[in-house]
Design a protein around this ligand. Structure first.
Ligand code: CA
Length: 230
């Protein structure tokens, strides 16, 4: 399991940018779309775990697109949180009638947004009971977005957190750079394979501070392996 993919559909650049940043910092994997049409394309290429949908969009409105999704058997199960500038109780009821899983009125705090997303993911069964992954003295908590070795908490970037999450759930196997790209970054993201090396280097540097740089091993001519033993 890699981190949760959140499709952010918002036409206003500033708000979309803010949402992307907040989600990334919370350890999610956000994908941006500027309208329903754009979002529909993304939906098929890279199915999200949740859609964060602005109500007022140019062209097909967010509410209308949500209504359509909830009618399609293949999309019905994707949870939707509607975002709106309107605070009317009537709209909230309408939003939930359409089938949205939750509804938030702008402006809202990043903390509240992240909490609501986690609550919806939990309700939809996407966040399982086990938010903690333990491997030896390593502990990774996907809900609190924490990584620790023994009682020491590590400071890692969202990308390094995702990498560690992948490694800790797939230990002792060798992965090529291409496989890591697909698994950790997603297929629709175009980044160079060398970028992986940069992140691995950073991750090793952090682990080195705890004398654990050996956790991530280079397998010459193939890729990387994460292992507690050499
Ligand atoms: Ca809007």
């Amino acid at each position: 399991m890699s981190s949760f993919t959140i499709l952010v559909v918002e036409d206003e650049d500033a708000i979309r940018g803010m949402l992307m940043m907040v989600l990334e910092q919370a350890g999610f994997f956000p994908i941006a779309a500027i309208d329903a049409e754009d979002a529909q394309k993304t939906l098929d290429e890279n199915p999200p775990d949740l859609v964060l949908l602005d109500w007022m969009l140019p062209g097909i409105s967010g509410a209308e697109w949500a209504r359509r999704l909830k009618k399609e058997p293949i999309y019905r199960e994707i949870p939707i949180i509607l975002l709106t500038a309107r605070g009317e109780e009537e709209d909230k009821v309408r939003g939930l009638e359409i089938g949205a899983d939750d509804y938030m009125t702008k402006p809202f705090s990043p903390k509240e947004l992240v909490a609501r997303i986690r609550a919806v993911l939990r309700r939809s069964g996407k966040i399982q009971g086990q938010a903690q992954i333990n491997l030896g003295d390593l502990m990774l908590d996907t809900e609190q977005h924490r990584l620790s070795i023994g009682d020491k908490q590590l400071e890692v970037s969202p990308t390094e957190f995702r990498l560690m999450h992948f490694f800790m759930t797939h230990p002792n196997k060798v992965y090529t750079r291409t496989q890591l790209l697909d698994q950790v970054w997603g297929r629709s993201v175009y980044i160079e394979e060398r970028t992986i090396d940069v992140h691995i280097r950073r991750l090793r540097k952090i682990l080195e501070e705890y004398g654990r740089e050996d956790l991530v091993q280079t397998v010459r001519g193939f890729g990387y392996r994460f292992s507690l033993t050499d």
